[in-house]
Each structure stands twice: as C-alpha cells, then as structure tokens.
Design a binder for this molecule. Structure first.
Ligand SMILES: Nc1ncnc2c1ncn2[C@@H]1O[C@H](COP(=O)(O)OP(=O)(O)O[C@H]2O[C@H](CO)[C@@H](O)[C@H](O)[C@H]2O)[C@@H](O)[C@H]1O
Length: 648
C-alpha cells in the first residue's frame, strides 16, 4: 500500500505545472529508487524487509519488489525474519496504512542520533492506549530545547513527545537556527540528511537542507537555509523584527510539505497520509499549500491539517503584492487575501489590501484548536479576535480549545537542577531555602518572612506590563519584594532598570532571557503575578502552581480556565481553612485597582493565614499538569479531522 500511496505523488510530478521543481528533486537525486522514492541506501537494509511486509498488500508488494514475485509462504517467512524490523502496522477501514512501528535496531545505521530499541510488548501496550495511531507532523517556528522565545516552544517541545509516547509516529519540523555561538550546541546532535530539496517561491528555486535528530521517540527535523543563520532570536534582533520573515517562514512551510514525502526517517518516509499540526502564522502556509498546490494533483489527498492558534495577535500580514512570492497558484489569492478596516489604513490611497497567513490557515485547515477553551471563545468575539473573529465564527463548528499541559520533568521542584533546594508537596521545607537563595542571588535583603512577588515573561503589551508600571509606586509602599524577569520592548526594559534603581531594597528587574533564572524565580517567590491583557493559555501560572507559588492573574483566556480563586468558606472548611478551595486569585476588570486588591488578599493570606497558604500551595502542587489529558483530546480532534473530507 505504501507504494500505491506514493503513486499519486509520482503522477503529480509529471503533471504538476511546477513539476520542474519537484521532479528535479526526485528524479535527479540518485539516493532515491526511481519507482518508489526510496533511498538507494535503504535498498540493502530493506532487501528482506520488502514493502509487502510493511503494507501487507500483495499488489503493492509485487510492484515494489526488486527481486521479482514472491510467494505467500516466502513472504510470511520474510516477515518472520524481519520481525525485528517491523513490529506492528495499522491499516484503516479502506486498507490504507495509517501507522506502523518498527524496531530501529535493524536500521540503526539509517537513523541519525540515538537509536531506540522498543520491545514488542511495550509497543503493543502503547498502541493499546490510542487504538489508532497517526503520522503527525508538527510545523513550528520554535521548539524547546532547540529554540525558544516563549510558550510556543514549550508546547512544541513537549506535546510531540507525549503523542509519540502514546504510539503515534511524530515529526517536528522547525528551522535550524545557528549562528556561530555556544547556543548552536543545541543542534549538535542533529545530522545532515544529505537530502536537500528545492522549493519554488520568491521568484526561483530555493534550496533547503534537512537535519535530523531522533530523541524521545520523536523525529526532530531542522530546515537549514542561510536565512536562519543569523544572530538574534527566531524573529529578530536588537534592531527589531527581521524584514524577511515572510520569506523565512514561507521556506519553512514549503520544506515542511516536502519532508514527509522525501525524508526516509528511520528507513521510511511519513508518506502522504499524515496529519499536519501547523502552529501559529509562521506555519500557516502549510494548510494553504496542501489545498492549493498539492491536493489538486492528487497529492496529500489523504492528509489533514489542524491549525493550532497560540496567539492570534500575530498573523503574518504583509502587503498584497507579496502574494506572488509565495509559490501558490494565482487563483488562490482569496484564501490569504485580507483587507484592513478603514481606520487601520495609513493614508487616503491605502486600499488596505494585504495577505494574512493566519487567515489563510483558518480558512483552509481541517480543524482549528486554541490552547484553552476560554480562548477559543474569546477569539470569536470582536474584542479577542484581532479582526479574525467573523471568519472564526463562520468556522466555529471545527474550532476547539484544549488547555496546554506542561513538561512535568523539566518543571519538577523535587528534581529541578536549577534551584537551590528540592521540595515537594509532602516536604515543603526546601521552598524557603529557594527563596533565601534567590534573595541572595538578587542582592535583596534576606527575609524569608517578606512576601516575594515574581513576574516572568515577554515584555510585551500582552503581558500587562503597563498595569505593573502603574501599580508599582503603590505596591512598593507595602512590605514586599518584587522581581521581574523578561526581555522584549526596550521601553519596558529601561523602565525595569530605572525602577530597580529607585527601589533598591525591594525591586529587581532582570533584563534578558534566562531559563535557569526563570526556574529559580518560580521556585523562590511566594506569588506569581500575571496581569495579561489576554492570555491564550499561559504556562507560567501552571509552572508556578506546580512549584507551590500562588498565581495572581487577570481573569482572561487560559488564566481563567486554570486558576481557581481561593475560597476559604467552601463547604466543609473549618477555621484553619481545611477543605478550602482554590489555587490562587483571579481579578477583573483589568485595572490597577482590582489587581492591587487581589494582590492585597494574597499578601494578607501569606502573612496572617499560614495554614490557608499551605493549603493553596498543596492544592496547586498536586494537580495533574501532564500532557496526557491534552494529548487524548488532540487525538479526538485528529480523529474528527480524518472523518471529514479534507478542505479543497
Ligand atoms: N525572559 C525569560 N527568560 C526565561 N524564560 C522566559 C522568559 N520570558 C518568557 N519565558 C518563558 O517562556 C514561556 C512563556 O510562555 P507563556 O505561555 O507564558 O507565553 P507566550 O505568550 O510566549 O506563549 C503563547 O503560547 C503559549 C503556548 O500555547 C500560551 O500558553 C500563551 O498564552 C501564548 O501567549 C515560559 O516557559 C516562560 O518561562
């Protein structure tokens, strides 16, 4: 079946108007067997493990075999011999191969990086968790630990591992950001696959390479191109946002569409029947390419795409004239076409016409997911949709919200290597040691009794820094300490430095991006403040609760969904607050006054009601933050996506 599945692709190569690009790739690359698109290097390794043994399809097998027809008995014998290679396969109701597992020890030489050796029982156990397994391809501009500016990286660094752990075959594709610094070592285990492809966009053929690392059950694939090799973060540097981001992420999207077809990861391509999880605007072109460039030629007709919106404020909007650069058929302009409202136009002759990448994916993807239920509703409102609310309302029937999980191994106070002392809900004694160590590190007076408030995040309008700025003079009158870690808008960075010099004994502003320090603040503080103007999910409040640090948050999006306000009078509670409810405080409206009231409650409870405070800490620390729950929900949405016909 694998061979049959590849057929449409081959037809496409002959009939596609842009066949020149892709055809050259497949027919001139001597690493590929002409009839199947399999690398010649694999011929030896798969000599016994013919394609028939993978698909169970005898027709497909005879087409595929290099050694002539093989009888059923021979085939069975071969299957037994190759048992170490092929552990299980998954065929859907239509006979298509939808998933398989194989023992990479036989093909270890083909797989770069670490070699996983699953045993048959554990693989079967994993598969039992899900019933059906899928080939899932995450496309993202950042994935921890390789690249990170925020929560997108956290999600794309940990959800794939959770899904792979449940038996799916999972690939993550993101750019290979290297620029000759120590940070490049994060990519050092990824090896060059030696299979560059040419993609057509921006007026010509652009050659991109692929690097690969197999880690924790996931194929981490990095798209290599000179435009990803420059100082700064994935989106910009000290001079601002890179001006060629549309080019860079168009490359990523084109490369991501080719990867499942051409990269023999662990010996086999992912093939056409895969599920693309496209994250935010940087990957949004994938959904449009599937519908406009591939599917009309029979390629990816069995694939589906799901758009995951982590932040609707960033949409990838560029002048309409850039459409012709994107490598899309001219008559698909409408998918990305976008007109700014009159008030947002810059001058009288401005027609407001633009291309909007995120809109393109909202229109063409098969399902849409946001990172919390609350946010999935908010983006359909005038206030929360950033201009896309009406289109989202139209697609409401395929819009869902799934609250993020977190990496509970990286964020575990009982084993965290970044913090001064480990602790858990059963033994909280280490937490105060973390606080003392943090106060020492920051040069603040060492006072375990003084409530310490923390903030960690991008210094961006979204994160409510203006509210903190307004509230600081009043807050600093209280007996508190406040530490902020963040980078971003230079205005806010300067303000943090200036505030530190005014309140030397109370305030610290750490300008920069520093993961170990973020762990130490999360562990050392008593309270974490998140006055976000909007927050699709928010991860820091989850990290905080897991570390026994009480979140005080604006009641919005995922913050409202995940933080429950403390209620000392819940049914059955006694004077000591036993059986009380809640894990923090939420406030609304988004004003300085209501934020200070919520902070006041938190400070008072910390100072005067120790047992209630401990209850708050323990309730937060013992919650389930794993990805299991979210992964199950993603599986459901994937299943629904495959039940419906694809967008075309
Ligand atoms: N200066 C710094 N030093 C070290 N670490 C820093 C840091 N600044 C931020 N971080 C880290 O970056 C991550 C930020 O995650 P968030 O979810 O809070 O926000 P973000 O807005 O980036 O993500 C978007 O995507 C995520 C994922 O879906 C949603 O939760 C969120 O609401 C949405 O806005 C956390 O791991 C945090 O610790």
């Amino acid at each position: 079946m694998e061979s049959l599945e590849l057929l449409p692709r081959l037809l496409f190569l002959h009939h596609h108007p842009r066949a020149s690009s892709s055809t050259r790739l497949h027919t001139t690359n001597t690493r590929f067997l002409p009839q199947l698109g399999f690398p010649s290097k694999l011929k030896k390794a798969t000599k016994n493990a013919t394609l028939r043994s993978i698909s169970g399809d005898t027709d497909g097998g005879s087409t595929a075999s290099q050694d002539g027809p093989v009888s059923f008995e021979d085939e069975t014998q071969q299957r037994d011999e190759d048992r170490a290679l092929l552990l299980s396969r998954e065929i859907d109701d239509y006979g298509s191969l939808v998933g398989f597992r194989f023992n990479s020890s036989n093909s270890g030489d083909l797989r770069s990086g670490e070699v996983e050796k699953p045993d048959v029982e554990s693989v079967e156990e994993e598969k039992a968790k899900t019933g059906v397994t899928y080939n899932i391809v995450f496309v993202t501009s950042e994935a921890a630990p390789y690249s990170k500016t925020g929560g997108l990286a956290d999600v794309c660094g940990s959800l794939p591992i959770a899904l792979a752990g449940r038996g799916h075959r999972v690939m993550v594709i993101s750019p290979r950001y290297v620029h000759g610094t120590a940070a490049d070592s994060k990519f050092s285990k990824a090896v060059d696959l030696g299979s560059p492809v040419s993609v057509f966009c921006f007026g010509g053929a652009q050659e991109v390479g692929f690097y690969h690392e197999y880690r924790e059950g996931v194929d981490w694939v990095f798209v290599d191109h000179p435009s990803f090799h420059r100082p700064g973060n994935p989106y910009g540097d000290k001079h601002g946002t890179f001006k060629d981001n549309q080019f860079r992420f168009t490359l990523l999207s084109h490369a991501a569409c080719e990867a499942p077809l051409v990269l023999p990861l662990g010996g086999y391509t992912y093939g056409e029947k895969c599920l693309f999880l496209v994250n935010d605007w940087h990957a949004s072109l994938v959904s449009v390419l599937l519908a406009a460039k591939y599917r009309p030629y029979g390629v990816y007709k069995d694939a589906r795409s799901i758009l995951v919106i982590h932040n609707i404020a960033h949409q990838g909007v560029e002048p309409a004239i850039t459409y012709s650069n994107l490598g899309l058929p001219q008559d698909w302009y409408g998918a990305l076409g976008w007109v700014f409202p009159t008030w947002a136009r810059t001058h009288a002759l401005d027609t407001g016409e633009a291309v909007n990448f995120l809109k393109g994916a909202i229109v063409t993807s098969d399902r849409i997911v946001t990172v919390s239920k609350g946010y999935s509703w908010e983006i359909t409102t005038n206030e929360g949709g950033f201009g896309l609310h009406e289109i989202l309302r139209d697609r409401k029937s395929i819009l869902s919200g799934i609250t993020n999980g977190i990496d509970v191994t990286e964020w575990d106070p009982s084993s965290d290597e970044h913090i001064a002392s480990n602790y858990s809900a059963d033994d909280l004694s280490g937490k105060v040691k973390c606080k003392i160590a943090l106060q020492k590190e920051l040069g603040l007076p060492v006072r375990p009794d003084c409530p310490m408030i923390g903030f960690v995040g991008r210094l961006d309008y979204q994160k409510g820094i203006d509210l903190i700025r307004q509230a600081i003079p009043e807050l600093m009158k209280d007996d508190v300490q406040f530490v902020m870690l963040g980078s971003g808008n230079p205005v806010y960075e300067d303000w943090m430095r200036a505030t530190e010099s005014i309140y030397k004994d109370k305030f610290r502003g750490w300008v920069g991006f520093n993961v170990p320090v973020s762990h130490r603040i999360t562990a050392g503080c008593d309270i974490l403040l998140m006055p976000s103007t909007f927050e699709p999910c928010g991860l820091n409040q989850l990290y905080a609760m897991r570390y026994g640090t009480i979140p005080v948050v604006h009641e919005t999006g995922g913050l409202r969904d995940t933080v429950q306000t403390f209620n000392p009078f819940a049914a059955g509670s006694n004077a000591e607050g036993c059986n009380a409810e809640g894990t923090g405080w939420t406030f609304t409206p988004l004003t300085k006054e209501s934020m200070l009231v919520a902070l006041g409650y938190a400070i008072q409870t910390f100072n005067e009601h120790k047992s209630s405070w401990e209850g708050l800490m323990k309730r937060g620390m013992t919650r389930d933050y794993t990805w299991e729950n979210a992964a199950t929900q993603y599986e459901q949405i994937i299943k629904w996506a495959f039940m419906d016909p694809p967008y075309c």
